[in-house]
Design a protein around this ligand. Structure first.
Ligand SMILES: [Zn+2]
Length: 205
């Protein structure tokens, strides 16, 4: 039963008859089927140098296994992090797509919603849920009424809000639902309560 490997693994002549480091390693790392390892178990129980080698190999195997688990856990966390970031990113984009800015600062209100020659109508998607309306320069803060009418003058949506001044811009944020209107030409109307409507041509997409 003497092999070269044994002598190399265990130069100590007292350990002749011991299974050898490779066998102990395989047992310790569960790489050897139990049926095969069985014949060494008695030896392990009675030979203290083999038992301490076995313990050392088992501990090394356990810490390798733990490192592998940690690496796997880190990989999962990283993947979750990326997924979370991607979800957040998509959500933010949806949020942005939900919101439209209508800039009235440089526009002159049109009587009856008739387009002013050379001026493009405001454009907004029917899917938009939030409007951020920049009121014309010099507009006062406070309550406003806002509505969207057909060019014939019937309202398809009406709401109100409170305008506030920030960074020199008087703006008003309103929640809108234009999903039931068909696309086409409309008129955005804005006024302070009990005042005349100011009208702006609006293209619903
Ligand atoms: Zn031994």
């Amino acid at each position: 039963m003497l092999g070269r490997g044994l002598l190399k693994d265990f130069p100590n002549p007292e350990r002749i008859g011991c299974p050898g480091a490779e066998v102990l390693k395989k047992i310790a790392s569960h790489q050897m089927p139990l049926s095969e390892a069985e014949k060494w178990l008695d030896h392990l129980g009675s030979c203290s140098p083999c038992y301490s080698d076995f313990k050392r190999f088992a501990e090394a195997h356990e810490s390798r296994r733990r490192r592998t688990l940690l690496a796997a856990a880190a990989a999962i966390l990283l993947a979750l992090g990326i997924t979370g970031w991607a979800l957040l990113h998509v959500r933010n984009e949806n949020l942005v797509a939900d919101t439209a800015v209508l800039n009235l600062r440089d526009r002159s209100p049109a009587r009856g919603g008739e387009p002013i020659p050379g001026e493009q109508p405001l454009e907004v998607s029917r899917a938009v849920k939030h409007l951020n309306v920049y009121l014309p320069l010099g507009s006062a803060e406070g309550p406003y009424e806002m509505r969207v009418t057909t060019t014939a003058g019937s309202a398809v949506f009406a709401t109100n809000g409170v305008a506030s001044l920030k960074d020199g811009v008087t703006s008003i944020q309103v929640v809108v639902d234009l999903s039931s209107a068909s696309s086409g030409r409309y008129v955005l109307q804005v006024r302070r309560p009990n005042s005349e409507w100011n009208s702006y041509p609006l293209l619903l997409r």
